[in-house]
Design a protein around this ligand. Structure first.
Ligand code: FMN
Length: 163
């Protein structure tokens, strides 16, 4: 994809900085605008403890209708052609806050590209989940998602250039 003609927003959610690092490489490769997806109520270490059945991450995963409130929306999101959306894989899919972000956009006619990091899983069911839960999903061009755990800047550049 030629990013001299397309404006890219590179939005990401990250709890420990792994996805943030990947997002910075995507922004550099696309000349895109970085935006951090943050929850109004930040995720604590206890919230992220999947060993505790009633922890926040487990509650959000078990109820796919939960939409955590965003701290803020992206500035003028409509001006972008392509939305890169990055996240850590949680239970094989994206965290609920990412759906809150997708819901904050008007995506009809736009292109969405997911990238993610994980402890080892592949990129999982994210696109299928998004198509099921996102408004106007049938009017969105969903490009293949990409796992970018530990990807080098050169790997990221080669990937975005080939989109
Ligand atoms: C609640 C929770 C669920 C997770 N589920 C998975 C998973 O299903 N597969 C996997 O490989 N890693 C899983 N991980 C690990 C994260 O995907 C991985 O550490 C990621 O790179 C963290 O990125 P971040 O620092 O940007 O948040 C999980 C982590 C958390 C906190």
């Amino acid at each position: 994809m030629d990013f001299s003609e397309k404006k890219a927003l590179v939005a990401y959610f990250s709890t420990k900085g792994v996805t943030k690092e990947a997002a910075e490489k995507v922004a550099a490769a696309t000349d895109g605008k970085l935006f951090e997806i943050q929850a109004k109520e930040p995720y604590t270490d206890a919230d992220l403890d999947w060993r505790v059945p009633d922890s926040r991450c487990n509650r959000e995963f078990k109820d796919p209708t939960i939409r955590p409130e965003l701290l803020k929306k992206a500035h003028c999101p409509g001006k972008y052609d392509v939305y890169f959306v990055g996240f850590p894989i949680w239970y094989g899919v994206y965290p609920a806050i990412v759906q809150s972000f997708l819901d904050s956009l008007k995506l009809a006619g736009k292109t969405v590209v997911f990238f993610c990091t994980s402890g080892g899983s592949n990129s999982g069911k994210s696109i299928a989940f998004a198509k099921e839960h996102t408004k106007d999903a049938d009017k969105v061009t969903w490009l293949d998602d990409k796992l970018l755990t530990n990807a080098s800047p050169e790997d990221v550049k080669a990937w975005v250039d080939a989109l």
